[in-house]
Unconditional design. Structure first.
Length: 276
C-alpha cells in the first residue's frame, strides 16, 4: 500500500583540509610559522579555515606587510567571514561544500531543486533503473490536520488526503499490473537491458508526487542562495521545508557562514546579507 513518508537529511560529507599541503603552500608564500599555526587552527572548522586562506590569498594578506599595501589583518574568524559576506566576496565561499543525502522528497521538489544546479552536484535516484516495490509520497503540510482548522477546512483536508491516497493506490496498482504483463522480461534471470527498458516504461504511470531521494552537494554560495530563495514565504511548501531543514543544520554546523539568517515577522527565514 502507498504510504506517506517524512523528509530526512543526512550530512554525509564536507570539505576537509589537507593540512600538510596547506603548510607547504603557506611556507611557499613566505608566511611565518606562527601565522601558519593560526591559519590552520583546529578550533576553526575546515570550511572556515579554507575560506580564510582563499580570501587572504586574493590580497596576499596572510600577515601584515607581506603585501606592502596591507598593514593589518583580521584574525577573529567570525569577524573575518562576516566581512566576506558583507562585502559580497562570494567566490571564496564557493570553495567549500557540504554533501547531503536527502530522502523522502518528491519529484515535485527535485524538479525545483535541480534548477539550482550552479554550484550544486546532484545524483538523484533513477526510476529508469530502480523498480519500485511500494509507492511512497510526501503529504503536503497544507493538508495535514491543524488545531486552527475550521470544520469546513478540516473536512476539505480530509477529503484531499483521501483523494491523494486513492491516486497513489491506483498508480501502484497500475505499476504492479504492468509488472505482471512483463513478468518474463523482469524475471531474475532476464537480461538487465530488458529489465531497464520495462522499468523505464512502468515509471510513466507514477505521479510526480512519488517520494525519491539522492545526494546533493552544495557549495556554500549556492546553499546560501537556495536558503535565501526557498526558505522564503514565496517558495513552494515542500522545498520550503527542505530549505529550512538544511539551513537549520548549517546554522549549527557552520554558524559563521549561516548565522546571519533570522526569522522575520512572518515566520520565515531571511539573511542579513542577500547578495554574496
Amino acid at each position: 500500500m502507498p504510504k506517506p513518508v517524512d523528509i530526512r537529511i543526512f550530512n554525509i560529507a564536507r570539505t576537509t583540509l589537507d593540512r600538510g599541503a596547506c603548510r607547504a603552500w603557506l611556507t611557499d608564500q613566505q608566511v611565518p610559522e606562527d601565522a601558519i599555526e593560526k591559519l590552520l587552527s583546529s578550533e576553526v572548522t575546515d570550511c572556515a579555515n579554507l575560506v580564510r586562506l582563499c580570501g587572504k590569498r586574493c590580497y596576499s594578506a596572510f600577515v601584515p606587510e607581506l603585501n606592502p599595501n596591507v598593514t593589518r589583518v583580521r584574525w577573529d574568524i567570525a569577524k573575518y567571514i562576516d566581512h566576506i559576506l558583507e562585502s559580497g566576496h562570494g567566490s571564496v565561499i564557493e570553495q567549500v561544500d557540504y554533501s547531503f543525502a536527502i530522502e523522502g522528497i518528491t519529484r515535485v521538489l527535485t524538479s525545483e531543486l535541480n534548477r539550482h544546479r550552479a554550484g550544486v552536484a546532484l545524483s538523484e535516484g533513477s526510476m529508469r533503473f530502480i523498480r519500485l516495490t511500494d509507492i511512497e509520497y510526501w503529504l503536503p503540510t497544507s493538508v495535514r490536520p491543524a488545531d486552527s482548522d475550521t470544520p469546513d477546512v478540516a473536512e476539505k483536508k480530509e477529503k484531499t488526503r483521501e483523494i491523494l491516497a486513492l491516486a497513489f493506490k491506483q498508480a501502484e496498482d497500475n505499476y504492479q499490473a504492468l509488472q505482471e504483463v512483463w513478468k518474463d522480461e523482469l524475471a531474475t534471470q532476464a537480461k538487465f537491458s530488458s529489465k531497464k527498458a520495462i522499468t523505464s516504461l512502468m515509471r510513466r504511470t507514477v505521479p510526480i508526487g512519488v517520494a525519491t531521494g539522492g545526494v546533493w552537494k552544495f557549495n556554500f554560495r549556492a546553499l546560501r542562495h537556495i536558503c535565501t530563495m526557498r526558505a522564503d514565504e514565496a517558495a513552494e511548501e515542500e522545498i520550503n521545508l527542505l530549505a529550512q531543514m538544511l539551513l537549520q543544520h548549517m546554522m549549527t554546523a557552520e554558524i559563521n557562514f549561516f548565522g546571519d539568517f533570522s526569522i522575520n515577522e512572518k515566520g520565515f527565514w531571511q539573511p542579513k546579507y542577500k547578495k554574496v
